[in-house]
Design a protein around this ligand. Structure first.
Ligand code: 3PG
Ligand code: MG
Length: 422
């Protein structure tokens, strides 16, 4: 665990601080940029959301201005170390080409003679996208040999892949052992700076909204946030486990993690002892089954019909949460308020999108599917910052170290040559 996020600050000591692409001489150099272009695709390989592609354009534009030879490296999905044609980077290359209005060459692989050969023919301002890194088992194994091969393609390594910074993979961690110049891109800088502003030096009141299905996956984040926030709002199916502390019957079909009820009790006690305002749902949408065609009704949390399940927060809760957020000056939101993938269970999440979008505070949203709800509602421009990270954002919330950030912090301390061994 890290006690402080000071290393994220631009004011941090030079040893702690990350080096950014704008501080390095990359003019005319061959640079390998690790990006996270793991975008959602439909069954015909059409990109359904290109946020992650747009998010790396500032770094690419900067490198183009510096006449660098740009090699982009990313994973797509989880092909388990084998070539799976459906997970090719081809659709991404096509979209990048359109967004940049520029040729983007898709390499047939990410390492090997053919790729080296293609790189040797690059000119300043050329862009090449390597094929899916996870087609090689060495990527997820953080394998030195694979990392060395990747590193051998370039003179400078830039990590702009915040969304995969929580993975100790070869293109994120091991590669920094083999490239002499390493740094972070503009997306990484943005992600860390917004997060730092909220967590380390928030304008108060500071409110956190935590939702999603499983409380077990959010406990470390909640515990870390309790050291920092003034208000804590809990929604989503994970709220059921907290409700169970107070009400014995929350519907036999409702998702409850029985083994965490005591933990939930101690969190609520801690919140009370520390004077943190703690908000739980007061009413909910209940359904007789988890199905778009289910019968639904609104019930108070004391009166969930037996055999039914809680699938969303209710209208009184939406009002209560909106009221609680009225005076907030900083808001962090992770996780939906209900099972919003089903229309009938989505109102609470969309109400929260509105509340957060209408707020005058610094609003930061990340992790889970929260960004999907905001994009669907067309409200992304009214949120201060939407993180591109899911698991990585949650891990930051937990106060846990991100291996990808750690590698960038320490890489400039190590003597390196392309031939360095572990
Ligand atoms: C993500 O979408 O969460 C990142 O791209 C990381 O992918 P992963 O969860 O498959 O490691
Ligand atoms: Mg993930």
């Amino acid at each position: 665990m890290v006690d402080s996020f000071g290393f994220l600050s631009l004011l941090a000591s030079p040893e702690e601080r990350l080096k950014f692409i704008s501080e390095m001489n990359i003019t005319g150099k061959t640079i390998l940029i690790r990006v996270d272009l793991n975008v959602p695709l439909d069954e015909d390989q059409n990109i359904t959301d290109d946020t992650r592609i747009r998010a790396i354009l500032p770094t690419i534009d900067y490198a183009l201005d510096e006449n660098a030879k740009i090699i982009l490296a990313s994973h797509m999905d989880r092909p388990q170390g084998k070539v799976v044609p459906e997970f090719s980077m081809a659709p991404v290359a096509k979209r990048l080409k359109r967004l940049l209005q520029k040729e983007v060459l898709l390499a047939p692989d990410c390492v090997g003679e053919e790729v080296k050969n293609l790189v040797s023919k690059m000119n300043g301002g050329d862009i090449m996208l390597l094929e899916n890194l996870r087609f090689h088992p060495g990527e997820e194994q953080n394998d030195d040999e694979f990392a060395r091969e990747l590193a051998g393609l370039a003179e400078v390594y830039i990590n702009d892949a915040f969304a995969v910074a929580h993975r100790a993979h070869a293109s994120v961690v091991a590669i920094t052992k083999f490239v002499s110049i390493c740094g972070a891109g503009f997306l990484m800088k943005n992600e860390l700076n917004y997060f730092y502003r909220a967590m380390e030096d928030p304008a108060r009141p500071f409110a956190a909204i935590i939702g999603g299905a499983k409380v077990s996956s959010k406990i470390p984040a909640i515990e870390n946030l309790m050291d920092r926030v003034d208000k804590l709002i809990i929604g989503g199916a994970m709220a059921n486990t907290f409700l169970k502390v107070i009400y014995p019957d929350v519907g036999t079909q409702s998702l409850v993690e029985e083994d965490l009820v005591e933990k939930a009790r101690s969190i609520m006690r801690k919140a009370r002892d520390r004077g943190i305002k703690f908000y739980l749902p007061v009413d909910c949408v209940v359904a007789n089954k988890f199905d778009p065609k289910a019968e639904t009704k609104i019930a108070t949390v004391q009166e969930v019909p037996e055999d039914w399940m809680i699938v969303d927060i209710g209208p009184a809760t939406s009002s209560l949460f909106a009221e609680a957020l009225q005076d907030a000056k900083t808001i962090i939101w992770n996780g939906p308020m209900g099972a919003f993938e089903i229309d009938a269970f989505s109102r609470g999440t969309y109400q929260m999108v509105n509340t957060v979008a209408n707020s005058y505070s610094l609003t930061i949203v990340g992790g889970g599917d929260t960004d999907v709800a905001i994009n669907k509602a067309g409200e992304s421009s009214r949120i201060t910052y939407i993180s591109t990270g899911g698991g990585a954002f949650l891990q930051l919330l937990e106060g846990a170290e991100l291996p990808g950030i750690k590698a960038l912090q320490t890489c400039h301390e190590r003597p390196k040559t392309a031939k360095a061994s572990s």
